[in-house]
Design a protein. Structure first.
Length: 646
């Protein structure tokens, strides 16, 4: 009886709807079964199916209800539409249908379980910091047209694969925030705002977790490496690298580390990560292998680079001295590990932050104390020097003198500089800032030389007198060479090297050569001055192509080699990527002067030996070392409480 009633209802529905729901959705004609197929279908109890549903073994339903044209009866209000819509739905279809979001500014988020695992590079990227233009204004509409509305889906994997109990906690953005978080792997959800309304960014509804406050602050330093390891690298930086890159004020930095400023200030925490990664890449490996092996150093380097990158992205809309310092160090680190695309991004970001903070202005910014003014000047001149080092290889210049340059930093140690003022450097005690300023003076001569050489090659932007009369440019070259000699001759005794017979004291005993921080600066001054001399000779050769400058270059290279070869190789290697790049520049210049490639000059071989020695002492991770297996890295990094990153 039940089967006959189902057959009759199915036949009635079939008569009303010539095509079943499946054939209608496929837009094909619904054909009946043949006699042979009908016999077999009745044996299986599916004789009421059409041929398409029979072959696909699908239910043949006729639930579609034809809608009459025009508005339904009683549709004067929203209640009539709702009742008519409910009447047209069957209970089964209503149960299976997902709820349609209402026309509000709320965006539905997908569950973390349905998302693919995201890489560590897909860090939390806040879009804006502030309310922005008013909704409905022309600027708000333009903003939403240029930057489409996104919604953030929580990550399903932590930023760092840490040991329990941290490994069970996913990295989520703060739940209560007005920022618009996006990620490279975040699916884009359409905005549910009606077309008639002005475009506006919908507020986020992120799941509340008990660790939202921790994630809002970011990853802790201890989650990447132990505090003992971090302290070791901080000491290495202050001992070996601060004389070259004095981007922090030693007393202030020590107090901030002691009081754990990194727990409250995320930008400062990113600076700590950058200092650790920079120190590993810059310092000779022989200074660190007593406590760490190379795989362990590579693991720590990889963690700190990723952590600093994530923090830098979150803080990029809040320019500050810690942020730009972290970006500079990451720039040097990326170049050391061979990431040219990352270098290009960091160069642009560093330039933006420098101009946003007004570091190129001669007068201090309002509200800055003496320490901040000095750090601002050091930061600018460090960017200036790094920019000119890259420009020697043909890269575009990002900082130009005609846009303004600040004064040189004070030639005073950090211990004599406070927030209220600066004391005079004690007599008889040479500050490492003296060598730093001397290097910056050499770089400024190099910058002017590169500018004139490129202007001469392009026949544009030259001074009219120099363009009409090459002798004026030759006179400038002579003046620039005199400035270089003044810088070198004006160095204090602590920054000079002795040659020939060793000095003896009053008792006739030999006085050993003292290096320390000054030995590192001696190497940097020597190689930078040689690059500037070569650039001046190249400019002179461009003006007078018939003039042969090879002999002068050979003599300069020989003298500089004697100076560098007298310095311990560990101090040469402490100059890091800067030393490698400049030495390679000298080698290429010497090779270009050789008429036959097989006849290398002795100078070229000697400089290549310096490059090989420096390269051998550096921690330069390759892809194989970076992609260490988690278990292997964990077994080799016993001191770290956190398992290695993949």
């Amino acid at each position: 009886m039940a089967s006959s009633s189902r057959a009759s209802s199915s036949s009635i529905a079939a008569a009303a709807n010539p095509s079943c729901d499946r054939c209608r959705s496929r837009k094909v004609r619904c054909t009946p079964l043949t006699e042979a197929e009908l016999v077999d279908a009745r044996k299986r109890g599916v004789g009421n199916r059409c041929k398409g549903c029979y072959k696909a073994d699908k239910e043949c339903t006729h639930d579609y209800v034809h809608k009459k044209p025009g508005r339904p009866v009683g549709s004067g209000g929203s209640g009539g539409r709702t009742s008519a819509r409910r009447a047209s739905r069957t209970p089964a279809a209503a149960a299976e249908r997902t709820a349609v979001p209402s026309t509000t500014t709320t965006t539905t988020l997908l569950a973390p379980s349905v998302l693919p695992d995201l890489a560590v590079d897909d860090a939390l990227l806040p879009h804006a910091n502030g309310t922005g233009p008013a909704e409905g204004s022309i600027f708000g509409s333009a903003r939403n047209a240029l930057y489409p509305t996104y919604s953030f889906t929580p990550l399903s994997a932590p930023l760092f694969e840490t040991a329990a109990p941290l490994s069970s906690v996913p990295l989520l953005p703060p739940a209560q925030s007005s920022l618009d978080y996006t990620s490279v792997g975040t699916p884009l959800l359409p905005s549910t705002t009606p077309a008639s309304d002005p475009p506006s960014a919908p507020p986020l509804e992120l799941p509340l977790t008990p660790t939202d406050t921790e994630y809002e602050k970011g990853l802790r330093l201890e989650d990447a490496l132990s505090w003992t390891d971090a302290s070791f690298f901080f000491k290495m930086y202050l001992t070996c690298q601060h004389c070259l890159v004095p981007l922090i004020h030693k007393p202030t930095f020590s107090q901030d580390v002691l009081k754990r400023r990194d727990l409250e200030d995320e930008a400062f925490r990113g600076l700590l990560y950058s200092i650790i990664a920079f120190t590993i890449c810059q310092c000779p490996m022989s200074n660190m292998t007593g406590a760490y092996d190379r795989p362990h150093l590579v693991v720590i380097l990889h963690r700190c680079v990723k952590a600093a990158e994530a923090i830098r992205h979150r803080q990029r809309l809040n320019p500050s001295l810690p942020l730009i310092t972290s970006t500079i160090l990451d720039w040097i680190t990326a170049q050391a590990v061979g990431k040219p695309q990352v270098c290009d991004l960091l160069v642009a970001e560093t330039t933006r932050l420098a101009h946003a903070l007004g570091l190129n202005e001669s007068s201090p910014r309002p509200g800055c104390n003496v320490v901040e003014v000095e750090l601002s000047r050091r930061i600018y001149w460090t960017i200036y020097a790094k920019d000119k080092t890259d420009a020697m290889s043909g890269r575009p210049i990002i900082l130009h003198d005609f846009e303004g340059v600040p004064p040189y930093p004070l030639e005073t140690d950090d211990e004599y500089i406070t927030t209220e003022g600066a004391l005079s450097q004690p007599k008889g005690k040479t500050s490492t800032l003296v060598g730093y300023v001397a290097i910056m003076r050499v770089f400024q001569v190099l910058a002017h030389t590169i500018n004139r050489q490129r202007a001469w090659a392009n026949k544009s932007s030259l001074d009219p007198d120099e363009q009409r009369d090459p002798s004026a440019l030759r006179r400038w070259i002579g003046t620039a060479q005199g400035r270089l000699r003044e810088v070198i001759d004006g160095l204090p005794p602590a920054l000079r090297l002795r040659f020939g017979a060793s000095e003896v004291d009053s008792n006739g005993e030999e006085v050993p050569q003292q290096y320390g921080d000054f030995g590192i600066q001696q190497a940097n001054i020597t190689i930078t001055a040689l690059c500037a001399e070569f650039a001046l000779l190249d400019l002179r050769a461009s003006i007078c192509p018939d003039e042969d400058t090879r002999l002068e270059k050979e003599e300069m290279a020989t003298k500089a080699y004697e100076t560098l070869s007298s310095i311990p190789v560990e101090l040469l290697a402490s100059n890091g990527e800067s030393m490698r790049g400049k030495v390679l520049r000298i080698i290429l210049t010497l090779l270009s002067m050789t008429t036959e490639p097989v006849n290398f000059s002795q100078n070229a071989w000697e400089w290549w030996n310096i490059y090989s020695k420096v390269q051998f002492l550096q921690v330069i991770p390759d892809d194989a070392m970076t992609l260490l297996d988690n278990h292997q890295a964990a077994s080799q990094a016993q001191r770290s409480p956190v398992s290695a990153m993949s």
